[in-house]
Design a protein around this ligand. Sequence first.
Ligand code: B12
Ligand code: SF4
Ligand code: SF4
Length: 268
Amino acid sequence: MSKDVIRKLGCTLGADVVGFAAIEDYRSERSPDPKTLMPGVKSLIVLGYREIDGALDTDSDRTSLSTRMGAMELSTANNYRLARFIENEFSVRAASVNFSYPLDMTPPTLGLVGDVSLRHAAVAAGLGVFGRHNLVINPEFGSRLIYTALLTELPLTSDPPVTDDLCTDCGICVEQCPAGALDEEGKTDEMKCLRVSQPSGIGSLIGYLRKFIGAPPEDQKKLLMDPKFLSLYQASFIGFQYQCFRCIASCPIGKKKRRYTNTKGAPC
Ligand code: B12
Ligand code: SF4
Ligand code: SF4
């Protein structure tokens, strides 16, 4: 009953899929214990939002990123609304697990492990299975979903797991990865991916600052007009700077069979 109400609200707010996982069914070896985030946590509510095909299938990474930022804004606001609804309606605690940031930047994980692994949460909530690209493939939207979640004290049962192996092992994602980050099966080489997918990330910033600090004053003036600096400046207020979408975009699963509304058919 509570699942139906929450699913309906999630879909009305614009999610494309909504799934539920009892906390015992969420297993992610490298992630923190969810009880450290919410001692009384009993379940996860996982929401998926489809990528916009026109933005994912363009060669312009700026277009892909600016459209993705829309999904992040929508999902963040929706998580707030849903958390408030759950607390008002059921008198239990609820909290948002955001799309990506903020991340724990302390060692040993240094910003590479989320508070909740949304891929493992999506699998536990019956929304999909891992593919060769280490992303979650959903039966309807394929790889083309991004996820958020809520931690709640509501005791909810897990939705049935997806049992089909949706990845056909075609190898396209591996071939298309410009960084070679997917060469080893079952593992994304984070550093290789980061260098290509976040060229204005923390690694570049540190490299740039080192160069700047060591340069004579005349060169420093030039370095402030360097496109690298301008990109870093832009990234500092965007706060999110993925510039590679190849693995998610190239996977053929979910490219066809599109529906452009979440109001028809299962699961939303
Ligand atoms: C940090 C992070 C990154 C880092 C590190 C990735 C990593 N190794 O986990 C970097 C910057 C490299 C990255 C890249 C990308 N990311 Co990212 N990222 C995250 C974030 C914030 C945390 C992930 C985390 O906690 N990882 C640490 C632990 C949980 O991973 P792990 O246990 O070591 O698992 C790894 C492997 O062991 C393997 N794995 C684990 N279990 C199993 C089981 C099976 C059967 C298989 C085959 C594999 C497998 O998959 C993981 C990848 O290395 C999540 C959001 C979130 N809160 O979950 C988004 C998230 C995972 N990213 C996402 C996306 C889309 C991307 C990119 C496509 C970039 C982009 N343009 O959006 C690439 C894809 C890289 C790839 N193919 O793996 C999506 C995935 C959506 C989906 N459909 O699955 C997420 C969930 C964001 C979201 N809100 O939707 N990401
Ligand atoms: S985001 Fe780009 S660099 Fe990273 S794994 Fe996917 S295709 Fe490779
Ligand atoms: S591109 Fe092919 S190998 Fe890669 S995840 Fe999709 S179906 Fe699997």
